[in-house]
Design a protein around this ligand. Structure first.
Ligand SMILES: [Zn+2]
Length: 353
């Protein structure tokens, strides 16, 4: 039985109105405008943005399927029948990208219902420390609805060592709940408020941050820098943490060309996974490009690291949708059964506790 440790099935109504540029969310959300507008926009959008645009269209197309169950069923079809899925919801109410059409709790409740219909769904709770009553909501999800872990998404505007997260971490330790955090830089999904407000949020940083001449995207990466978690484990040494995306394709590329660069996130994550017993990383999104398979295989030759890497795809955030099945197959064939079983069976079981 395999595990895909990183998928998303949230709906378009869980996404704030200004989540995508060019008011695309509103345009694409309306059923009337959808078909016509995508065709027109595809022709007028400058060539360089076309790839990005195609991704947005795919993103919205899947998000519009109508229910989390339908989105899940589409994903499930790409994998062997007995595959289990860690499903990561998103609370995007505090990223200053406009109003989220439906309340976060409804997303969680719907996800709970999906997990009742499909026991192979392993639901996590996305925790944004700015949400009022988030600890109670987490407890309700875990104790009444059997949710199995916590997801963080720091680029939305918080540091993982934010003291407001302490009660969450305490609870995770007490209940033996794993935590999965988004960990790639320069992500288009980040805090969208004014720069002035962003600088305020960055003032909570433990390390000094030079904000001059930096884009919001660059600055938001500071929230999610993997080294931030060193401060977290000092206080919560029993916490099991998985770094999503293993530093991203950006840092994998850099590593291939300049392996000596010390601030490379991929290196930082690799070294922390070796040093800290409770640190893990997943390969979702990053492995969507086959050109990274060989480096992954080389990394798996390290006995310690081999126990720390988890299989995940980041469905439906990534352009592997049509070949999501191929992705699983190709990677499995490339790595061989032993390595693949480590990342898709053994390690996920240990991570989930
Ligand atoms: Zn993801």
């Amino acid at each position: 039985m395999y595990y895909n440790c990183h998928i998303h099935i949230f709906k378009d109504t869980d996404v704030p109105n200004r989540f995508l540029p060019l008011a695309l969310v509103n345009i694409l959300r309306s059923t009337v405008g959808y078909g016509v507008i995508t065709k027109i926009l595809k022709n007028i959008i400058p060539f360089t943005d076309k790839d990005m645009f195609d991704r947005y269209v795919k993103f919205i197309t899947t998000g519009k399927l109508g229910s989390q169950q339908k989105i899940f069923e589409k994903c499930r079809d790409f994998y062997p029948d007995d595959t289990k899925f860690i499903v990561l919801p998103m609370d995007m109410a505090y990223m200053h990208a406009g109003k989220v059409p439906r309340p976060y709790k409804q997303q969680l409740e719907e996800l709970y219902n999906v997990s009742q219909t499909y026991p192979q769904v392993i639901p996590f709770v996305h925790v944004d420390p700015r949400r009022e009553g988030i600890l109670d909501l987490l407890k309700e999800c875990v104790e009444d609805w059997n949710f199995k872990g916590v997801k963080l998404y720091p680029p939305l505007g918080y540091f993982p060592y934010d003291p407001d997260l302490d009660p969450i971490y305490e609870y995770c330790q007490e209940k033996n709940l794993p935590l999965l955090t988004h960990c790639s830089p320069f992500n288009p999904v980040h805090f969208k408020g004014r720069k002035r407000d962003l600088k305020k949020l960055l003032e909570k940083s433990i390390d000094h941050i030079d904000t001059r001449k930096k884009s919001k995207k660059e600055l938001c990466s500071r929230f999610t820098y993997p080294g931030n978690f060193k401060h977290v484990v000092k206080k919560f040494p029993k916490l099991r943490i998985c770094f999503g995306h293993f530093g991203s394709q950006y840092y994998w590329d850099k590593f291939i060309h300049h392996p000596g660069e010390k601030d490379n996130w991929m290196r930082v994550i690799r070294d922390m996974c070796i040093k800290y017993d409770n640190f893990y990383t997943d390969i979702s999104f990053t492995m969507a490009d086959m050109k990274y398979f060989s480096l992954l295989k080389v990394l798996l030759a390290d006995q310690k690291l081999r126990k720390k890497i988890l299989f995940g795809s980041d469905y439906y955030m990534v352009e592997v949708e049509s070949n999501e099945r191929r992705f699983g197959l190709d990677l499995r064939a490339y790595l061989g059964e032993d390595y693949f079983n480590s990342i898709a069976i053994e390690n996920p079981k240990v991570f989930l506790g």
